[in-house]
Structures are given as structure tokens and as C-alpha cells.
Design a binder for this molecule. Structure first.
Ligand code: ADP
Length: 699
């Protein structure tokens, strides 16, 4: 197979086409010998004739099966030299296939076409630079070059009318470079072909690509991918290697005895838009102007395009890790913040606690003190170090310590003795609470205590005072009773005396009236009992004795008080009567204290009734069960309670009496409340006052 190129073998197009040819034949089962030849266009006719003679000479003894002809220039050459390879089937390539079927190409020919993408490269350039000021065409001045200038200007005129076009073909190549330097980024430079320039100098296009790319101050375009590699912006490129393969396939078919003219021509291969990413960046041409399907050289590797799967999985892992990290970080920051807040709140707590009037401590879960406030240290005269751990226990009264340790298990307030710096033990009231977040683990305890010694002493003395007051009040009541009591005692004493005298008299009689004497003595004993009953009642009443709580029958209590007040009632000529509900439950209480209450109410009632008309001089004591309690009411028909006095009755020192003390009712109230009962006063609608109290029933 002879492969006859028009231009030199080293043109970019030829070397790529040859690669396609070489590889296709190498892969074929037949062993095919290739003879590459070139007309080395552009040449004058004489040179071409010499070349023809050379071919004739070289191939005289070689049988050639297929002649592969590159371009119509080769066809023209062969037409002029019919002596060369007569009758050998031809495979044209790099031609316009519409011509190979025409007469003159002979029956023995077929072809594979290619289209030099001049027009589409111009369209490509103006699509990338729609606002370009002018289009500058660069190239040579040989006939082979001018052909493309004509194609280009025609296309520009027809498809981009009004666009300024400058052809530099008339300038020597160096001057063309100078012109390119003057351009701006708003211009478009399009390189066509250069075999010979206007000055007659020969070129091979691959030699000038770099010069053009470096000189041009306007984005440059060309249709060969090598140009785009060298620094052109882009263009629609031709697949020369594919053309070589296609043409070789046709040649192989002919070698296999297929008549060439029975093999249809191959239509031109579509051009491939190609751009240089760095140049797009350099000129600031937006990527989105590139036609769809444009390949881009030098685009920084896109992980997404090349390793989509890995990228998705990798990104997902990274995102998850990031989320995890963010989560952990947030948790960490939260912990740090909470710890800081905790520290701050603890230090705030300590500062506050140091200045608090109460003693405060913090311990771990084993009740070993971690910190104790200044108030405690000042009180006990110890140092923080001494109090730490179990040190604090040395300040506790030894008798109270076991109780204190046991108490800690139970919680709640507790009283114990704490040794003060002066060595004296003081009573303190202590409260303990849990330390740690709500619902969280126990971190220890926080406790506080206050010195309650003074309060305790005050309470004790108040209690003593109250008891003393009550006794004094009883004595006062007795004082009031004295006058009427002497009269009360006179009665049994006079009766005793009368009975004794009668007995004496009867014993002197003979025979003595012993039966009657016995009656007299029985009367004496009875009257004596009555007198001592009165005296005993008073004695118990006057005695200072501790309160003794016991079950009591209210009826008996009322009876005893009626006896005590009997003389007073007589003295005021007031009738005292009592009425009891049957089956009264017994109550729990101190007899003397409750007698005092009842006596006080009764004597007040008698006093209030003293000036009433004879038919209203009456006091009624009644008892009744009421809701788990027994109610006692002392009702009189006296002057009643003035409305403005009602609120003050139970206040100490309130009295309307000339010699009154005003302590009776407050003491009554105190006693009743100690018995967990209630006392109140009201005016009866039919006149007079009614004082009532309740006492809870026993059990
Ligand atoms: P005192 O008897 O020394 O005045 P009390 O505390 O016993 O002290 O009574 C206070 C006041 O309550 C009396 O001064 C009187 O004004 C009023 N009071 C008490 N009982 C009655 C009653 N039954 N009727 C009207 N007023 C009463």
C-alpha cells in the first residue's frame, strides 16, 4: 500500500492520520507493507514532475495493491501523471467525498472524508466572544492557505454579517505576529493554515502554533487540538487519527478483493469542540458559553467527575464524621460551659455562704467535709484545714455525735450542741440537703446550722413564765373566792358544832340516846368531808404542780368547778345549773388547768349576771359532743359583750372591771390551745354572753 500525502509527513494532520493508518494495518490479519510518500506541497510543477519521475523509478519493480491518496491535490497530481500506478485501486482520504464519485476519479476509487472545521471554529469563537470587536484571520499566502481564507471570509460574511474581519495573509508571518500583539482581549484571532507566507517563506503549521499563541493579545482559535494544547483558547477539532483508521479500513477491504467502487464513501466525521481551561480563565471567558459537549483541556482534576462513587461515599463519611465531631464538640462545649457555670455558681455560693449569718458546710457522700464557711470557722475558732474531712466532728458535743451521725441517714432538722471558740457548748439547729443535679447521682450533702441557744432559753423561760402566770391567776381567782369561801366553810363547821353539842347533850341523858348520838356523829363526818373537800379542792388549785395529762370526764370536771364556785354564786345570788349530753366521751387533759379555765369562765359569767333582774340571774354550763371533740359552753343572761370589746377579749390586760387584771381569758386561751382545742365568745341572741371551748376526745 502506498500512502501518498500532499503535504509533508510531519504536518500535525499527517502524523496523526499516519498513526491511525499504522495501527489499523498492524491489527489486521494480513501482513501489509506500507510505503509512505509525500508531494511536499506547495511545490512548483517542475519539482512535482521530478517527484513523479522519482516515484516511477522507485516503484518500478514493486506491485502495489492499493494507493491511498491524501487530498484532491494528490488527485490532481495523479491526473497529470497517469504513468504512475496505473489501474491500482485508490482510496482517497481528507477529501470532499462528493467528488470521488464523479467521472475522472475512475471506477476504481472510494473515499473517507474529513471536513476542516474552519466555519465551526469561527462560530465557536464568536459564541465564546459574542461582543468581539473584530475577527482577525492569520495564515499563509500559498494557494493551499488562501483556499481556507476564502472559506473563512465567506462564512463570516454569510453567517456573521456586519462583523469586522481582517485577513493578515498578505503580511509576512513575523509582521502578522506584530499585528497579533496589537490586538486586545476584545478581538478574536483565528489561525487557518500556513504552508508559505507572503514573503515566500515555507512553514509547517505545527511550527507556528506556539508563536501565535504567545504573540496574540487576543484569544486565539484553531481547529487542531495541538494548537489548543499550545495556548489557543479552543476550536472545533478534527479527529485525524480516526480518519486514518477509516481510510485504512477501506484499503483493507479493497485488499480483500472488494471492488473499490462498490464500497460507499465515508461521510465526514463530526468535529469535536475543544477548549483550553487555563486560557478561558486567562481571558475571563465564562465556561457556560462553551457549546454543549465541549471537552476542556487542563481543567483541574475534578474529583466529582472522576471518582463520583468514591466522592459520594467519602463525602458521606466525612459529613458523618463532621456531624459526629460537631456533636461531640457541642457536647464538650456544653460540658465545659456547665462546669464553668457550676464552678462559678459554687464560688458565688461560697462567697455568699462566707458572709451568711448561718454556718454552712459541704461534704462528700461519706459526710467528709470538703468545705465549710467562714461563719462556722469563726464560731468554732477552727481553720478550714482542721474542719476538713472528719475534723468537724471534734467540735460536736460527744453525747450528740452518735445521734448526729445517725440523723444524717434520715435527714430533716436536728438540734445538737456545738463547741464555741470560748469552749462553751451552744445549741444549734441543723438542716441537711442533697448535693447534685436533680435526678442525677448524689454528689454529697450541703448543710447549714444556726445557734438557737438564746431562743431555746427564751422559750424555756417563757414557758416558765406562762406556768407561773397561770398559777398567779389561779391565786387571784382564789382571792376572789375567799369571801364567799369563808361563808361556805362556816356552814359545815356550824353544822359540825351543832351536831357535836347535840351529841354531848344526848350522852348526858340517862339512859343516853345512843341511836341519836350515832346519827349526829354520821352528820359530823359528812359535814367534815364536805369542808375538807372544799379545802382540798382549793389546795390543789393553789399548789404549784407540774401539769399531768390524763383521761378526764368532762361532767366530773364541771361538777368540781360548780362546787368551787358555789359560794361565789350564792354570794351573787346567781343560780348555776348544768346540762350534759348523755354518753359524753372522755377527753385527755390536765385537770387543774382545765378547772382553772372553767372556773374563770364561770366566775366571769357570775360577775356579768350579778346586776341582772332576779329572774335572769342564771348561768348554764352545758356539754355536748361535736366532731371528734367535746364542747363546753358557759352561758349567762348578763350584760353581754360590747361589740368593740369582742376582738380584744383574749388579749392580755384587756379588762372592763375596776379591779380586773385582764389575764383570765388569755390564760384560758393558752391552756385550751395547749390541749389542741379552741375557745371563742359570742353574744346570745336572747341576751347575755356565751363562752365555749372544745377539747379533742381522748385516743
Ligand atoms: P378580768 O376578769 O380580770 O377582767 P378576763 O380576761 O377574765 O379578765 O376578762 C376580760 C374581760 O372580758 C372582762 O373585763 C369583761 O369585760 C369581759 N368578759 C369576760 N367574761 C364576760 C361575760 N361572761 N360577759 C360579759 N363580758 C365578759
Amino acid at each position: 500500500v502506498v500512502v501518498l500525502h500532499a503535504a509533508g509527513l510531519f504536518t500535525l494532520a499527517n502524523s496523526e492520520t499516519d498513526a491511525g493508518i499504522r495501527e489499523t494495518f498492524a491489527a489486521a490479519p494480513e501482513r501489509v507493507t506500507l510505503y509512505p510518500e509525500s508531494l511536499l506541497l506547495p511545490q512548483d510543477e517542475a519539482t512535482l514532475d521530478r517527484a513523479a519521475a522519482g516515484f516511477l523509478n522507485r516503484y518500478r519493480d514493486l506491485k502495489i495493491d492499493v494507493l491511498m491518496c491524501d487530498t484532491l491535490y494528490v488527485h490532481d497530481f495523479l491526473e497529470r501523471h497517469p504513468e504512475l500506478w496505473p489501474g491500482v485501486p485508490r482510496v482517497y482520504f481528507n477529501v470532499d467525498t462528493s467528488v470521488t464519485r464523479q467521472p475522472g476519479f475512475g471506477p476504481n476509487a472510494t473515499g473517507a472524508a474529513i471536513r476542516l472545521e474552519v466555519a465551526s471554529t469561527i462560530d465557536f469563537a464568536l459564541r465564546l466572544q459574542p461582543d468581539a470587536r473584530q475577527v482577525v484571520l492569520v495564515g499563509g499566502h500559498a494557494e493551499e492557505d488562501l483556499y481556507w481564507f476564502r472559506v473563512a471570509t465567506k462564512h463570516l460574511r454569510e453567517n456573521h454579517p456586519g462583523r469586522r474581519v481582517r485577513s493578515l495573509d498578505t503580511l509576512p508571518f513575523q509582521e502578522q505576529l506584530a499585528e497579533l500583539r496589537k490586538l486586545t482581549r476584545n478581538d478574536v484571532a483565528i489561525f487557518l493554515t500556513i504552508f508559505r507566507d507572503a514573503a515566500g517563506e515555507s512553514f509547517q503549521p505545527f511550527q507556528v502554533l506556539r508563536d501565535i499563541a504567545q504573540a496574540s493579545n487576543a484569544p486565539a482559535y484553531h481547529f487542531h487540538k495541538h494548537a489548543i494544547r499550545e495556548g489557543f483558547v479552543g476550536g472545533v477539532t478534527v479527529e485525524w487519527e480516526l480518519l486514518g483508521r477509516q481510510a485504512s479500513e477501506l484499503a483493507l477491504r479493497v485488499l480483500r478483493r472488494e471492488p473499490a467502487d462498490s464500497i460507499p464513501d465515508q461521510p465526514p466525521l463530526p468535529g469535536v469542540p475543544l477548549a483550553n481551561w487555563r486560557q478561558l480563565e486567562r481571558w475571563g471567558i465564562p465556561q457556560d458559553r462553551l457549546p454543549e459537549g465541549t471537552e476542556t483541556l487542563f481543567r483541574p482534576p475534578s474529583l466529582w467527575r472522576d471518582y463520583r462513587g468514591y466522592v459520594i461515599v467519602g463525602t458521606a463519611v466525612v459529613v458523618l464524621q463532621a456531624l459526629l465531631l460537631v456533636g461531640l464538640l457541642r457536647q464538650y462545649l456544653r460540658r465545659v460551659r456547665i462546669e464553668a457555670e457550676l464552678r462559678e455558681s459554687e464560688s458565688r455560693f461560697r462567697t455568699m455562704a462566707d458572709h451568711a449569718p448561718v454556718m454552712v458546710w459541704m461534704s462528700d457522700t461519706d459526710r467528709r467535709v470538703e468545705w465549710i464557711n467562714k461563719t462556722w470557722l469563726d464560731f468554732t475558732g477552727r481553720t478550714q484545714a482542721e474542719a476538713r474531712g472528719d475534723g468537724w466532728t471534734r467540735a460536736i458535743h460527744p453525747d450528740d455525735l452518735p445521734r448526729l451521725q445517725d440523723f444524717s441517714e434520715r435527714g430533716g432538722p436536728i438540734e445538737y450542741r456545738l463547741r464555741r471558740h470560748d469552749g462553751r457548748y451552744r445549741w444549734v439547729l441543723s438542716n441537711t440537703t442533697w448535693r447534685g443535679p436533680a435526678g442525677g447521682p448524689l454528689r454529697g450533702y450541703v448543710g447549714s446550722c444556726v445557734d438557737i441557744t438564746d431562743r431555746k432559753e427564751a422559750e424555756e423561760s417563757a414557758q416558765k413564765n406562762q406556768a407561773e402566770m397561770a398559777r398567779l391567776s389561779r391565786l387571784a381567782l382564789m382571792g376572789e373566792l375567799t369571801a364567799s369561801l369563808s361563808h361556805e366553810l362556816n356552814q359545815p363547821l356550824a353544822a359540825i358544832r351543832a351536831n357535836a353539842e347535840a351529841a354531848q347533850f344526848l350522852l348526858e341523858r340517862t339512859p343516853p340516846g345512843l341511836d341519836t348520838v350515832r346519827d349526829c356523829l354520821a352528820d359530823i363526818v359528812r359535814d367534815d368531808y364536805r369542808a375538807s373537800e372544799i379545802i382540798n379542792g382549793l389546795r390543789g388549785f393553789a399548789k404549784r404542780q407540774p401539769t399531768a395529762v390524763a383521761p378526764l370526764d368532762v361532767r366530773t370536771l364541771v361538777g368540781e368547778v360548780v362546787v368551787l364556785a358555789h359560794s361565789d354564786a350564792l354570794h351573787h345570788r346567781v343560780k348555776v345549773s348544768s346540762s350534759h349530753e348523755s354518753d359524753l366521751p372522755s377527753i385527755q387533759g390536765d385537770r387543774i388547768s382545765l378547772q382553772q379555765v372553767l372556773l374563770n369562765l364561770l366566775m366571769n359569767a357570775i360577775a356579768a349576771t350579778g346586776n341582772s333582774p332576779a329572774d335572769r340571774r342564771e348561768v348554764l354550763l352545758s356539754t355536748a359532743a361535736s366532731e371528734g371533740a367535746v364542747r363546753v359552753t358557759v352561758r349567762d343572761w348578763g350584760h353581754g359583750i360590747a361589740p368593740d370589746a369582742m376582738d380584744q377579749l383574749f388579749q392580755p390586760f384587756f379588762t372592763t372591771k375596776a379591779e380586773g387584771l385582764g389575764m383570765g381569758l388569755p390564760i384560758c386561751k393558752n391552756i385550751i390551745e395547749q390541749h389542741r382545742g379552741r375557745i371563742w365568745a359570742e353574744n346570745h341572741p336572747e341576751g347575755g354572753a356565751a363562752f365555749s371551748f372544745t377539747l379533742p376526745i381522748a385516743g
